[in-house]
Design a protein around this ligand. Structure first.
Ligand code: MSP
Length: 626
C-alpha cells in the first residue's frame, strides 16, 4: 500500500459565491486528507479556483467589473468559508497565478510536440454554463442546456484541436486494466459505454474572447478553459519542475480527484488523454459523488433555496454540518438537504448518542472518582478491532458515510454496554471495582471514537480531547493498549459537547429568493430632472481607465462638467458632438478630483458593454426628457 496520498477537489468557478455543493466536495476531501494524515501517511491536499473563460468574463461584465476584480472578491469568499469549515488544504491554486499559466503553456507545448494539436475551424453549439460544445442530443427541443436552462449559442471560429479520438482505445484499455481509475463502478460503466462511440477531436482554443491563458506562439487564441482548469492538479505541484510534483504525482503515490457527477467526462476522458499525450501518469482514482437537492428541489437562486454553508455553520456549527454532509448520504449517490434532516441528525447521533455518552461518563467519573480516570481489569478490544477495521476499509474505499456509520455504531454499543453494566448500581452496592472498570472502559471507548471522528469533526473532537485530559485527539493509527492512555488523567464534564436543538426554534437556512422589485410612485419619478445635452468636449481621466471627463451643454449659461464611466466603450472623439440624456439635478460631487454635475444615461451591463442613450432627432440642449 502506498504511503503517499494526493487529494484534490475540483477548482471552483468564481462567477458565483460558494454554496452547499462546493462545501460538500471540499468537506469530503478534507475528512479524507485528515484521515490519511492521522494514519501516518504523507498527504498533500489541494483546492482552488477556476477563474478563466467566457462564463467568468460575462459574469464580471454584467457586474461592471473586470474579471480579475470579480475573481479576487469571490476567492476571498471561498477562502473565508474554508477557514470557517476547518478545511486543512496544503495549497490553494488560482488559475490566474503565473505559476499556473506557465504550467498550462508547458502542457500545451508537450501535447503539440507529440503531434496531437492541429489547427482548424469550429462551428458548433456552445453552452457557456458548461463551458463546452454540445450536440443536438445534449440539448432539449428548444436548444437549451438541461443543466443551465439557457440556449446554446452557435459559434464559429478558428480553433486548435486536440486529437482526442486517437487516445480513445488506449484510455479504454487503461480503464479495463485499472478499474479503480473511475469510482463508483456505475460511473465507470457509464464512461466506458460512452467511449464505445468515436469521440472526435476536441476544440481546445478560442478566439472570440480573451480572458484565458494565451496559446504559446499564437496570441490570437486563448486556451479552452477545461484544458486550463484540469492542469491545476499538476501546476499546483510545480510541474514541469519541482520536487512536489515528483513526490505527489509519481506512479507510487495515490492520486485521488474528488468530483461531482456533472464533471465526470472532463475528468475521466479529457484529462487522462491530455496526460497521455504529454507522457505523464494519470490519476489513480477519480471518485465521483452525487448532487444535493434542497427539500426535494434543485438548488437555484430563482427558487430561493440556495444553501449558504457559512450560514449553516454559523447557526448549527461547522462540525455538525461536516458530519451531516458525510453521514446523511452514501458518498457517490444523490442526497436531499433539509433543515429537519440536519436537526434530526444532530440531535440523534451527536447530542443523544455521542454527546450523551461522553457527558454522563465524564460526570460519573467526576462524582465518584474525583475526576480521575481509574484503572480497568476488563476491555472491549475485540469489538473495537472489528469496528476500526470497518472504518479503515470504508475510508480506503472513499466511503465516509460507512466509516461514520461504523463509528456511531460503536458509540451506541458503548451506551448499551454502560446501561448493561450499570455503574450507578455497582456504586450503590459498593462494587467499586466493577464501577471503575465500566467507567474506564467507557472513557476508553469515547477516546477511540474521538480518534476516528476527529478527521470529520476536528474542533468538536479537540474539545472532547480536552475533556478527556488529552492534548489532542489520538492519531487513528496509534491508539495503544486499551485504557493505558487515559489512566490517571484528570477529566471534566463541562458543557455538553453537542447541545440538543429545538426544531421549533431552529432558524431557516436557505437564502431567500431575490426580493420583489420595489415600485416608485409617479411623483418620485418626476423628481428626476432629465434633459437633452450636447457633448462639447471629452477627455480621459488620468489613472482611471473607465472614466471620461465630458463638458456637456444642457441649456444652462455654462457647460456642465460631467464624469462618465464610459471610457471602455467610447473613445473621447466618438462622443464629441453627440446628443445625450443627462440627469440634471443629481447632487454635484467630485469623482477622482474632477467635479461632476450630472449623469449621462447609457444602457448595457457596464465596461465595454455600454451604449449611450440618445434622443431621436435633434432636440435643442436643455429640452426636458419625460
Ligand atoms: N470549475 C469547474 C471544475 C474544474 S475542475 C478542474 C466546476 N466548478 S463548479 O464551481 O461549477 O463546481 C464544482 C463542484 O461543485 C463540482 O464537483 C460539482 O459537482 C459540485 N456541485 C455543484 N452543485 C452541487 C450540488 N447541488 N450538489 C453537490 N455538488 C454540487 O465545475
Amino acid at each position: 500500500m502506498s504511503e503517499t496520498v494526493y487529494i484534490t477537489t475540483p477548482i471552483y468557478y468564481v462567477n458565483d459565491v460558494p454554496h452547499l455543493g462546493h462545501a460538500y466536495t471540499t468537506v469530503a476531501a478534507d475528512a479524507l486528507a485528515r484521515w490519511h494524515r492521522s494514519s501516518g501517511r504523507d498527504v498533500r491536499f489541494i483546492t482552488g479556483t477556476d477563474e478563466h473563460g467566457q462564463k467568468i468574463e460575462r459574469a464580471a461584465s454584467a457586474r461592471g467589473e473586470r474579471p480579475i476584480e470579480l475573481a479576487d472578491r469571490v476567492v476571498a469568499r471561498f477562502r473565508a468559508l474554508w477557514e470557517q469549515l476547518h478545511i486543512s488544504h496544503d495549497d490553494f491554486i488560482r488559475t490566474t497565478e503565473p505559476r499556473h499559466e506557465a504550467s498550462v503553456q508547458s502542457l500545451w507545448s508537450k501535447m503539440a510536440a507529440a503531434g496531437d494539436i492541429v489547427e482548424g475551424a469550429y462551428e458548433g453549439l456552445y453552452c457557456t454554463g458548461c463551458e463546452a460544445y454540445k450536440t443536438d442530443k445534449d440539448l432539449d427541443a428548444q436548444g437549451r442546456c438541461p443543466d443551465h436552462g439557457t440556449k446554446a449559442e452557435l459559434l464559429s471560429e478558428p480553433s486548435y484541436f486536440f486529437k482526442l479520438e486517437s487516445y480513445r482505445r488506449r484510455l479504454l484499455d487503461h480503464i479495463a486494466a485499472h478499474p479503480d481509475v473511475i469510482l463508483p463502478e456505475a460511473r465507470r460503466n457509464k464512461v466506458v459505454a460512452d467511449l464505445a462511440a468515436p469521440v472526435g477531436d476536441l476544440s481546445i482554443s478560442r478566439t472570440s474572447f480573451s480572458w484565458g491563458v494565451p496559446v504559446p506562439g499564437d496570441d490570437a487564441h486563448v486556451m479552452y478553459v477545461w484544458l486550463d482548469a484540469l492542469t491545476n492538479y499538476i501546476s499546483v505541484l510545480g510541474w514541469p519542475d519541482g520536487e512536489m510534483y515528483a513526490r505527489y504525482w509519481s506512479e507510487d503515490a495515490r492520486r485521488i480527484h474528488l468530483i461531482g457527477k456533472d464533471i465526470l467526462w472532463f475528468h475521466t476522458v479529457y484529462w487522462p488523454c491530455f496526460l497521455m499525450s504529454a507522457q505523464l501518469p494519470m490519476a489513480s482514482t477519480v471518485f465521483v459523488h452525487g448532487w444535493w437537492t434542497i427539500e426535494g428541489r434543485k438548488m437555484s437562486k430563482t427558487l430561493g433555496n440556495v444553501v449558504d454553508p457559512g450560514r449553516v455553520a454559523e447557526l448549527y456549527g461547522a462540525d455538525a454540518l461536516r458530519y451531516f454532509l458525510l453521514r446523511e448520504v452514501p458518498f457517490g449517490g444523490d442526497g436531499d438537504f433539509s433543515k429537519d434532516a440536519l436537526i434530526h441528525r444532530i440531535n440523534s447521533d451527536l447530542a443523544n448518542d455521542l454527546g450523551n455518552l461522553a457527558n454522563r461518563t465524564l460526570a460519573m467519573t467526576g462524582r465518584w472518582c474525583d475526576g480521575v480516570v481509574p484503572e480497568t481489569r476488563t476491555d472491549r478490544m475485540a469489538e473495537w478491532d472489528e469496528t476500526f477495521e470497518r472504518i479503515d476499509a470504508a475510508m480506503e474505499a472513499v466511503q465516509p458515510h460507512k466509516a461514520l456509520d461504523a463509528a456511531l455504531a460503536w458509540v451506541r454499543s458503548c451506551n448499551k454496554d454502560i446501561d448493561a453494566r450499570a455503574p450507578w448500581a455497582a456504586h450503590k452496592e459498593g462494587r467499586f471495582a466493577d464501577r471503575d472498570d465500566c467507567l474506564a472502559d467507557t472513557l476508553e471507548g469515547v477516546r477511540r471514537a474521538c480518534a476516528v471522528l476527529a478527521p470529520f469533526m476536528p474542533v468538536k473532537m479537540q474539545a472532547l480531547a480536552d475533556k478527556l485530559g488529552l492534548a489532542e485527539p489520538p492519531a487513528v493509527n496509534d491508539q495503544g493498549e486499551w485504557g493505558a492512555a487515559l489512566v490517571g488523567n484528570a477529566v471534566t464534564a463541562g458543557d455538553p459537547l453537542f447541545p440538543r436543538i429545538d426544531p421549533d426554534e431552529a432558524p431557516e437556512i436557505t437564502t431567500p429568493a431575490e426580493p420583489e422589485p420595489e415600485y416608485i410612485e409617479y411623483d418620485d419619478f418626476t423628481k428626476v430632472e432629465l434633459k437633452v445635452g450636447v457633448v462639447l468636449s471629452a477627455a480621459k481621466v488620468e489613472k482611471a481607465d473607465r472614466l471620461l471627463h465630458l463638458k456637456v451643454d444642457v441649456g444652462d449659461t455654462e457647460a456642465r462638467s460631467i464624469v462618465a464611466g464610459i471610457a471602455e466603450a467610447y473613445a473621447p472623439e466618438d462622443v464629441v458632438g453627440r446628443r445625450v440624456v443627462v440627469v440634471a439635478n443629481l447632487a454635484p460631487r467630485k469623482i477622482r478630483g474632477v467635479p461632476s454635475q450630472g449623469m449621462v444615461l447609457a444602457s448595457g451591463t457596464g465596461g465595454a458593454d455600454l451604449q449611450l442613450v440618445c434622443p431621436d432627432g435633434d432636440p435643442p440642449p436643455g429640452t426636458t426628457v419625460k
